[in-house]
Design a protein around this ligand. Structure first.
Ligand SMILES: C[S@@+](CC[C@H](N)C(=O)[O-])C[C@H]1O[C@@H](n2cnc3c(N)ncnc32)[C@H](O)[C@@H]1O
Ligand SMILES: [Zn+2]
Length: 410
């Protein structure tokens, strides 16, 4: 049966994103108060700001498909109007089929309309079920998907178990989390409940958020004797995103769990360190630089959160395409490639300069000085004033003092 627009009984409009045209709720029609957040006021969720998230998802999926060089099946269990899944089917070569699903009847109607409007009825199937119930049907061998993209309201944690079970060995799992208040330590108890790790309100809390989510994924997957490798992740102001590949086998799960640990942070001098000693029995709990009490974040993932080669392939892929947000995507990918092998956590020079009552020097200049001094140093996409380095906090403080003094003398 052909769906007509008449079945959709709320104000809509057609938007273009990537290579597709999609019928979405007309957001302006749902704003009653200036404080209203339009995407969640509409009967079907649609957030134009997530275009960047979806563009990067297209690049990651294409990179994955090319790495494994096979036809892939993709699932988006929380699809809303279907824009993401429809983009996968249209823009990613080698996608054989896409299954999209949403519990909201109106979202289902809209997604079905959009699939037909884009001429994809043969390759894209739309369902209207609870995401966990839906995924449960694909948990058996030969039924599993090559890639699953979980893009929920808030936390993806309620869907992790069923997504992992519905993903084949070597499958790609993409997760969005928008519950930044728990993950960044504003509501630590909620983070411990949901993610099983303690957050910290530090200047690098967005990286901690990625590591808490990756840690939660690794421990969830390990229950099923599945290991994970995190190949890509990124953060913006209101969400984080991770991409992980699963590896079946108890040994793989053990290896993956070895990446779990803690980050110890000194709020006095900004020193930080990682540890794998779960009970911290051999650790004094004191800062090695200033002897203040250390604060703990974790357990969380202290392993790699980017794979340099995967980033490079994504970059190559981006260069062959034309996105509206090309420039922003290019910058993010360059920064991420540059920080792919850098140390865990980053320093924010504004914070250090505040502590030292110094004017803030150029972040690129500080990176240059650190490198000249024999340290590893790179910028980070997590924060425009952030530096990833293996230099100690005290060393960076000295460098900042010297840089500012030298500038004053010239
Ligand atoms: C953030 S929106 C998805 C946006 C979409 N992925 C995109 O890129 O535009 C989350 C969606 O999850 C749906 N949802 C919430 N709980 C669900 C559940 N238990 N099962 C399936 N869908 C659910 C909501 O109806 C909503 O459409
Ligand atoms: Zn200290």
């Amino acid at each position: 049966m052909t769906k007509t627009r008449a079945n959709i009984d709320f104000p809509t409009e057609i938007v273009e994103e990537g290579k597709v045209k999609i019928l979405v709720p007309k957001l302006k029609a749902f704003i009653k108060l200036p404080s209203d957040y339009a995407p969640s006021k509409a009967p079907v969720f649609y957030n134009p700001v997530m275009e960047l998230n979806r563009d990067i998802a297209v690049l990651a999926l294409q990179t994955y498909q090319k790495m494994f060089n096979r036809e892939i099946s993709v699932c988006e269990p929380l699809a809303s109007c279907g824009i993401r899944g429809i983009r996968f089917a249209t823009e990613v070569k080698g996608v054989q089929k896409v299954l999209i699903n949403d519990i909201n009847e109106k979202a289902f109607q809209l997604a079905r309309y959009n699939v037909q409007m884009n001429g994809l009825s043969k390759r894209v199937t739309v369902k209207n079920q609870d995401a966990n119930f839906f995924l449960a049907h694909y948990g058996a061998p030969r039924k599993r998907f090559d890639a699953i993209d979980i893009d929920p309201f808030g936390s993806p944690v309620p869907y992790l178990d069923s997504a992992i079970r519905a993903l084949r060995n070597g499958g790609l799992l993409a997760l969005t989390a928008t519950d930044m208040a728990p993950l960044c330590g504003v509501h630590p108890k909620a983070c411990i409940r949901k993610y099983g790790g303690k957050p910290l309100r530090t200047e690098y809390c967005h990286e901690l958020a990625v590591r808490l989510l990756a840690g939660c994924l690794a421990t969830t997957a390990a229950k099923y004797d599945i290991g994970i490798s995190v190949v890509f992740s990124h953060s913006t102001a209101h969400y984080i995103r991770i991409y992980a590949i699963t590896n079946y086998g108890a040994k793989k799960a053990d290896e993956s769990i070895k990446n779990m640990g803690y980050i110890l942070h000194c709020f006095n001098c900004f020193h930080r360190e990682t540890t794998k000693e779960l009970l911290l029995l051999e650790h004094s709990g004191r800062c090695s630089e200033c002897n203040s009490k250390l604060n703990i974040a974790g357990p969380l993932w202290i392993g790699k959160i980017f794979d340099r080669e995967f980033c490079e392939l994504m970059q190559q892929e981006a260069k062959q395409r034309k996105f509206r947000l090309d420039e922003r995507i290019g910058k993010i990918l360059t920064l991420i490639k540059g920080e792919a092998e850098a140390s865990v956590t980053y320093y924010v020079i504004d914070k250090l300069c505040d502590l030292l009552a110094l004017p803030v020097p150029s972040v690129k200049k500080v990176v240059e000085i650190l490198r000249k001094g024999g340290f590893q140093a790179s910028l980070t996409h997590f924060n425009s004033k952030g530096i990833k380095t293996d230099a100690a906090a005290m060393k960076i403080q000295q460098i900042l003092q010297r840089t500012v003094k030298a500038k004053r003398q010239t």
